[in-house]
Design a protein around this ligand. Sequence first.
Ligand SMILES: [Zn+2]
Length: 234
Amino acid sequence: MMLLRKLSLARLLRLVRPPTAFRRIYLLCPACEKVFRSQKVISMSVGATRTDLYRRAAGKPPLAHLIHMCPTCGYSGAKEDFGEDVELSPTLKTRVQMEITAVMPHGPASGSEKYEAAAKIAEWEDGDPRRVADLLLRAAWCCVEEGDIEAERYFRRKAAWKFEEALRSFDGVAREERAVLTYLVAELWRRVGKAESAAEWFDRVAPEVVDARTQQWVIDAARQQRDRPREWLR
Ligand SMILES: [Zn+2]
C-alpha cells in the first residue's frame, strides 16, 4: 500500500501498460539507394479495440512508425521491404519516380501518406488485394489519428473495395479469416454511410464462421454493429 500511495495513477498505468518504445534505425532504399534514418517500434502494449479493428496503444501511437518512407524518393514499406535481398524491377523504380517522387509532400510525411505510398507500391509489385487492403485500412486508421475525416472516408472506401476483391478471389483469404474480413468490409461501409451495403455484409458474417468457439466474437460484433453500433468492441 505504501508503494501504491507513492505512485500517481498515471505512473501506475505506465507500469501496467508501458508506453510504446522506439529505436532509431537506418534503412537502405532499394529504389534510390540512399540510406536514411527512421524509427522502429520495439515494444508496445495494446489496449481497447475499435470496431474497425484498430487497437489503441499506450503512449505515442506506433501505427505511423510501423511503415517507413524514403525521404529522397518516397519509396515506402515495412522494414522487410528495405531488406538487403529486396531488388526492384526497373519498371517499378520508374513508377516510383513518376508517381510517388514527383508528388511527394514537403517536410516529413504523415502516417497516412506513408501507407498510401506503400499501398501503391504493393499494387504495382504483385497486386495482392489482401496486402493492399491492409495498407489502405492502416492509412484510414492514421487519418483518424490525424483528424482528417475526408481522407479517412476515402481510404475506408478503397480498403473495403480491396477486401471485397480479396474475398472474391479463389485463394486470396484463408478460410479461417473470411468471417473477420467479411465483418470488416461491413464495418467499413457502415463507417462511410453506406448502410445498405453494410447490412448486407453484416448478414454474411455468420455463414463464414468455421469455428464457433473461437469466432463467436465476430458474430457478436457483427450483430452489435448492425443493430446498435458502438465505437469500441470492448
Ligand atoms: Zn529512395
